[in-house]
Design a protein around this ligand. Structure first.
Ligand code: NAP
Length: 459
């Protein structure tokens, strides 16, 4: 059975793994990736100072070493090859393309200069080839990060890290140089709801209290629970949530140590407008104080009270969630940013499209941690195997693996194989070793291909 998986982040690798580990199934899996490098958000999303989280790539290397696995890097499904063309070569095609853009807040001034999506900043400091030209003005003294999820925590933490702390990571060289020159002194993280509803996880918020160069400020009155939140916390019996509130109380009780930067965690505060100067740059963020009310489902929602403030920030990162983008040839649910599906089977007008599936964030939305995608991929692969047994998969005209490879190479002669990626990996690691860093990333496709082809020429 021939399977194409489109997108080589965790969802793509876990999908391939579930197939290749099935003892009673002879499957070959081709993993397509539009960049020359695999691993998606493990390479371009996980923060550079969280190296241990990236060790999951060792599992992915094992998947790639299994018989029947091929990597077609530097191939864009949708432009180099289309879904209709893939149907000629595969019984099943599974999209694992993630959520490639961000959500907007929908407030006036969001489009001003120095107002950015956190996801762009993350892709920039992680050396994503399509974001390396982005510019962030780090000469301002005050910054707001809107949202209190783990991405907001990553962004706030990277802005607060000292150059010494960052210099031992695999952060992109240009980002290290820019952050070294940063004049940022104050970072505010803004949560629209209260501490009990904060999306960040405990380890992540605790880590904020351990920064070498930044004091953390939490305001006592903003972490005092309102009666609805208190009842919610008590009824939930959620010990992790209790611990999260304890961590925040500990941070609030701490006197500042006079570190060069201050990171302030705000709650019950929503941006309502970004204020610009004549040059069209952000110079302030108007925010409103919120209170919490229960909606018809019982979920606590923020509603504005009549109390405003102006935060004098010169840079804003909105970190209010990722959002999926439509894929050529597939239906799309714009509101949720996902491809409509039933346990991974793509639905067009509520009817399954034969042989086409989704897994990961493009299937369920941008939630959960890396490991969540393993369970998610198992569900999709389960549906795929059911369809295989029922005979409702595709009947490709050219199922031979060589036929597909020569077709892909005709469309994109510069395909990067897994062996070639491993060579890029070695070059990056060798460069890192000489600087006491895990790796120094290539940040342009051209440089990667030049390094590979230069070596081939010299052999
Ligand atoms: P997230 O966890 O969904 O957090 C989004 C945040 O934005 C929430 O605080 C949300 O508040 C807020 N928000 C949404 N709309 C808003 C608005 N209009 N105004 C103000 N605030 C708004 O998303 P994320 O931080 O992008 O992370 C995505 C996923 O990746 C999560 O599952 C996360 O745990 C995971 N991740 C994990 C790590 C890690 O493990 N270290 C690192 C990065 C990301 P409400 O709750 O009020 O909606």
């Amino acid at each position: 059975m021939r399977v194409a998986v489109v997108g080589s982040g965790p969802a793509g690798f876990f999908t391939a793994q579930h197939f290749l580990k099935k003892p009673d199934l002879v499957a070959t899996v081709d993993l397509y990736e539009r960049l020359p490098t695999p691993f998606g958000l493990v390479r371009f999303g996980v923060a550079p100072d969280h190296e241990e989280i990236k060790s999951v790539t060792r599992q992915f290397d094992k998947v790639a070493a299994r018989p029947g696995f091929r990597f077609f890097g530097n191939v864009d499904v949708g432009s180099h090859v289309t879904l209709d063309e893939l149907r000629r070569y595969y019984h099943m095609i599974c999209y694992t393309t993630g959520a490639q853009t961000d959500r907007q807040m929908g407030i006036p001034g969001e489009e001003l200069a120095r107002s950015h999506a956190a996801t762009e900043f993350v892709a920039w400091y992680n050396g994503h080839p399509e974001y390396r030209e982005c510019q962030f003005d780090l000469s301002v003294e005050r910054v707001a990060v809107v949202g209190v999820g783990n991405v907001a925590v990553d962004v706030a933490r990277i802005l607060c890290r000292t150059a010494e702390e960052l210099s031992t990571t695999d952060i992109a060289d240009y980002a290290l140089a820019a952050l070294r020159r940063s004049r940022i002194k104050e970072v505010y993280m803004l949560g629209r709801r209260g501490p009990a509803q904060a999306a960040f996880t405990n380890a992540e918020v605790k880590e904020l209290g351990e920064l070498a160069g930044a004091d953390v400020r939490v305001l006592e009155d903003e972490i005092a629970l309102d009666p609805l939140s208190r009842a919610e916390v008590e009824q939930s019996g959620d010990r992790k949530l209790q611990r999260k509130l304890d961590i925040l109380r500990e941070l609030a009780a701490r006197p500042p140590e006079g570190k060069p930067r201050t990171l302030t965690l705000r709650f019950l505060t929503s941006p309502v407008e970004m204020v610009g100067n004549e040059a069209g740059q952000v110079v302030g963020l108007r925010a409103v104080r919120n209170r919490l009310v229960a909606d018809e489902t019982g979920r606590l929602r923020a509603v504005p009270a009549d109390q405003f403030e102006l935060l004098p920030v010169g840079l804003v990162f909105r970190s209010v969630g990722y959002h999926g983008v439509p894929l050529p040839g597939l239906p799309f649910d714009q509101r949720h940013g996902v491809v409509p599906n039933e346990r991974g089977r793509v639905l067009s007008n509520d009817v399954p499209m034969p042989g086409v599936y989704v897994s990961g964030w493009i299937k369920r939305g941008p939630t959960g941690v890396i490991g969540t995608n393993k369970r998610d991929a198992a569900e999709t692969v389960g549906a795929m195997l059911e369809d295989l047994a029922l005979g409702t998969v595709l009947s490709p005209a050219h199922p031979q693996p060589e036929a597909c490879e020569s077709f892909v190479r005709q469309r994109q002669p510069a395909v990067v194989t897994y062996a070639e990626w491993e060579r890029i990996n070695q070059l990056e690691a060798a460069q890192g070793e000489s600087q006491g860093r895990p790796r120094v990333k290539f940040t342009s496709t051209k440089e990667m291909l030049a390094a590979l082809h230069g070596e081939a020429r010299n052999r």
